[in-house]
Write a protein that binds this ligand. Structure first.
Ligand code: KG4
Ligand code: ZN
Length: 339
């Protein structure tokens, strides 16, 4: 079955064609970073307007790259839950129009469920059940994936998402937006032991996360460096901050996997592109005899292929939505219990 996927929940306009929830025939992603960079973050009104300008072109490009036409499509899946409301509306309006005009089943997908499927697309050998860490600009969630579309929430951030912490620290240090890739690059030249920043909730029994306190610690370290008149080792600050985030993410995810006797961990979302995070997960998982999987880079950040894959699984399990499908900006992933 050929599923057309549409993702416009934040600032990426993306359309993909995926066969049987497994094979990515095309995955076109138009990002709008140049429009938002000077504001130091995504401006919701600008994002929504740009989606309306881009969606038609991206759709055509996705079909052309897949060597298909609209007539070949058999279902349309769209991110309808979790994201910026104006941005979500553009994708959902496009999906409803296509569904109505072409008589295609319409499936509304939760954005986080999309991220979970990104890893299943990249790594078909990823076994069920497994523990999945979703780390992006909007979310930090630890989920036990019992099976396709069956999730249990193990932990989540109590304040900032991990990617948000990267973005805020980069903004504070004047490094630009988005912060994750810049800090990743800068940290590679720094000493990760130069500053001992706090590891929030690391020793607590909860599997929840907290990253907002880390910001204050870094701001204080930065100010005292300036006050002491010493040269500012930005690389060291970046590396030490990144190490604090990485240590907390790896340690809690590993603890969750050991508690559940899971043999596999999946790490997904924009922050899963981070090189030090990948390295630290690989080292720790090798020690514990646990497999760890990451999506290929094009599937880490927001993209429509993951939405098409999740939509295909949802269609098989729950059937299609109707044209009353609503957008919901802030709603948790549908889970079955846990914390
Ligand atoms: O998944 P995504 O595209 O959007 C959301 O659903 O939020 O993730 C974007 C986030 C941003 O916060 C960005 O700074 C972060 O992912 N990110 C990274 C890296 N690449 C992107 N964070 C750390 N290291 C990276 N290499
Ligand atoms: Zn995302």
């Amino acid at each position: 079955m050929l599923v057309l996927g549409i993702e416009t929940s934040c600032d990426e306009t993306s359309v993909a064609v995926v066969a049987d929830g497994k094979q990515v025939l095309s995955n076109i992603i138009a990002n709008q970073l140049d429009l938002h960079r000077r504001f130091g973050g995504v401006v919701p009104e600008i994002a929504a307007r740009r989606h309306t300008e881009l969606i038609g072109y991206v759709l055509h490009e996705a079909l052309a790259a897949a060597g298909k036409t609209l007539a070949d499509m058999e279902a349309v899946a769209v991110t309808s839950r979790q994201g910026l409301i104006g941005s979500l509306l553009v994708g959902v309006a496009a999906a409803k129009s296509l569904s109505y005009a072409l008589k295609l089943p319409l499936i509304g997908v939760h954005h986080i469920e999309g991220h979970i499927f990104a890893n299943l697309l990249s790594n078909p050998q990823l076994a069920m059940p497994h523990v999945c860490l979703t780390v992006s600009g909007g979310h930090t969630m630890l989920v036990y994936v019992h099976d396709y579309c069956r999730y249990e929430l193990l932990g989540a951030t109590l304040d900032d998402a991990a990617g948000e912490a990267f973005d805020k620290i980069a903004k504070f240090l004047g490094l630009g937006f988005p912060g994750g890739p810049v800090i990743d690059r800068l940290a590679a030249q720094g000493d990760r032991k130069a500053f001992k920043f706090p590891r929030p909730l690391l020793r607590a029994s909860t599997l929840d996360f907290s990253f907002s306190g880390l910001k204050t610690a870094i701001i204080n370290a930065f100010k005292s460096q300036i006050a002491s008149g010493e040269a500012l080792p930005l690389e060291d600050i970046a590396a030490s901050f990144q190490e604090a985030v990485v240590e907390v993410l790896v340690s809690k995810t590993l603890r969750a996997a050991l508690e559940r006797r899971a043999t596999a961990i999946s790490v997904t979302g924009g922050v899963s592109a981070n090189r030090r995070l990948r390295e630290a997960f690989q080292e720790s998982c090798r020690r514990e005899g646990i497999e760890v999987y990451f999506p290929e880079l094009s599937l880490c950040t927001d993209n429509a292929a993951m939405i098409a894959a999740a939509g295909y699984a949802r269609l098989k399990q729950d059937g299609a939505d109707d044209l009353n499908l609503d957008v919901i900006p802030n709603v948790p992933l549908e889970v079955q219990g846990g914390s």
